[in-house]
Design a protein around this ligand. Structure first.
Ligand code: NAD
Length: 497
């Protein structure tokens, strides 16, 4: 991607936004006629007014999704047919990379370079991966007796509701919908109110690729109206959620209050990154520790926000980190040189700054700590590192969801395993050591969904992503994700001998 700052600005100025809900293959206003503003956090300016869907619109979308599912236009299409359509969608995402990258960058403040090199190619790749997988999956024949044939098949569930956050708008929409659509379901997606633009464009591209009307619907709106309506809907079969732990718990309640729909929560984290003194390449460990907490402004569920450093290398490692933090001043998200963009909105920025203010009282500020503006505007926070943090300090236990790192020293392997596991979360962890036995010993004992050894945030289409404990139990990515969107169905046939 070889666009200059001026090229990106020019492309941004030429954008045309999809602002209506996408229901039954058409863009449509909310039934109430209401709209809400989506704001660029780098400038504070309104980007567009978006249809504000509520229960009535969710109901319309679910009805369209159900009708499409029942008449089989997608659910009973040959897997090879679904593969071809979703491969086409992957191609269209690549063709529209600049536009999609800009939509996410403008909507939530991430560096456009990251959107163009990580988010958008990732979305295309995940659609392609599930497309390619779906006509290669075989079902089972159970070992019954003579005269009996028992087929055990995975069948689509029906209507899948997906409610996603704003930190990776296109990718979170993709993680849910690529697998759910590949499996033959209809989808009703509610993007986060802070970042609805790329999901609406994705729906249009899906139609262009050949996804039939009613199969992929997008209902922008607020959590307590549109999100809740989807969670409580009596005709939604499954609700895939990524977001905060508090809201994940609400979706479990909504299910109990309505139709016992399957709920798959993927929620918050406070991922430990453990650096042992026997890690030979501390420069790389520091590069990746900085990346692990500052990438996407720390607005990453698996952000490595607790750093445990063996005491003997603490001073050296903190110096390496400080240098990296200081080299990462926030910049204009449309400038290709920018590595740290804006925080998603004013509310999140204030929440981060309140946590920094509290931590200033209890820990040692090593770097950053300030709110920053660009040309007097925008939501930016300097990359922040706190040293000498106590294990139970809120900055070390609560999810900040910002570029704020808590560094805690440790003395022994046993001690750091206990400290790393001492959390309500269990999404991910990293371990840095050149001792293979130690890497395995420690990894085995960490209660998390993914352990990255000598790297951070290892993630691929081929491996499941999700957590333990209050990080939720849903799994995105890999073939395992298809389990969420399918039910096991037995068909038992008696035949004459
Ligand atoms: P959030 O929980 O506030 O919102 C997520 C989604 O839920 C949004 O679409 C929102 O509109 C909706 N929502 C909010 N309140 C609702 C309600 N009462 N009923 C129904 N829907 C409601 O989270 P966020 O602030 O957008 O995102 C940040 C959180 O997401 C962090 O906690 C982060 O760790 C988590 N996250 C987790 C993963 C993962 O895979 N585990 C990935 C990314 C983000």
């Amino acid at each position: 991607m070889d666009l200059s700052f001026a090229d990106w600005q020019e492309a941004a100025a030429a954008l045309c936004f999809r602002t209506k809900a996408y229901i039954d293959g058409q863009f449509t206003d909310a039934a109430s006629g209401k709209t809400f503003a989506t704001i660029n956090p780098a400038t504070g300016e309104e980007i567009a007014q978006i249809a504000e869907c509520d229960a009535a619109d969710v109901d319309r979308a679910v009805k369209a999704a159900r009708a499409a599912f029942e008449d089989g236009r997608w659910s009973r299409m040959d897997p090879g047919g679904r593969r071809a359509v979703l491969l086409k969608l992957a191609e269209l995402i690549r063709e529209n990379l600049v536009e999609l990258a800009l939509l996410d960058s403008l909507d939530m403040g991430k560096p456009v370079t990251d959107a163009a090199t990580v988010d958008v190619p990732g979305s295309a790749h995940f659609f392609q991966w599930y497309a390619e997988a779906i006509d290669k999956l075989y079902d089972e024949v159970a070992p019954t007796g003579k005269g009996d044939l028992a087929l055990v098949r995975r069948v689509p569930l029906g209507v899948v509701g997906a409610v996603v956050p704003w930190n990776f708008p296109l990718d979170m929409a993709t993680w849910k919908s690529a697998a759910a659509l590949a499996a033959g379901n209809s989808v009703v997606l509610k993007p986060a109110e802070q970042s609805p633009l790329s999901a609406l464009r994705l729906a249009e591209l899906a139609s262009e690729a050949g996804v039939p009307p009613g199969v992929f619907n997008v209902v922008p709106g607020f959590g307590t109206t549109a999100g809740k309506a989807l969670g409580l809907h009596m005709d939604v079969d499954c609700l895939a959620f990524t977001g905060s732990t508090a809201v994940g718990k609400k979706f479990m309640e909504y299910s109990g209050q309505s139709n016992l729909k399957a709920v798959w929560p993927e929620t918050g984290g406070k991922s430990p990154n453990i650096v042992f003194a026997d890690c030979e390449d501390l420069e790389t460990a520091a590069d990746m520790a900085a990346f692990g907490i500052f990438f996407n402004g720390g607005q990453v569920c698996s952000a490595n926000s607790r750093l445990y450093v063996e005491r003997s290398i603490q001073d050296e490692f903190l110096a390496l980190l400080k240098a990296r933090a200081e080299a990462m001043a926030p910049g204009n998200p449309l400038d290709p040189a920018t590595r740290l963009g804006a925080i998603v909105d004013e509310k999140q920025t204030q929440s981060i700054m309140a946590r920094i203010a509290a931590a200033r009282e209890s820990a040692r500020l090593v770097s950053g700590g300030e709110r920053v503006t660009l040309a007097g505007k925008g939501c930016f926070v300097a990359p922040t590192v706190f040293g000498d943090v106590a294990q139970h300090d809120p900055i070390a236990t609560e999810e900040v969801f910002g570029p704020v790192l808590a560094v805690i020293p440790f003395d022994t392997e046993e001690e750091v395993i206990a400290m790393a596991n001492d959390s309500i979360y269990g999404l991910a962890a990293s371990v840095w050591t050149d001792n293979l036995s130690r890497a395995m010993r420690v990894s085995d004992r960490l209660h998390v969904g993914t352990v990255s050894v000598n790297t951070v945030d290892a993630l691929s289409a081929q491996t499941p992503f999700g957590g333990m404990k209050q990080s939720g139990f849903g799994r995105d990515l890999s073939l395992h994700s298809l389990d969420k969107y399918t039910a096991l169905k037995t068909t038992w046939i008696k035949y004459k001998l």
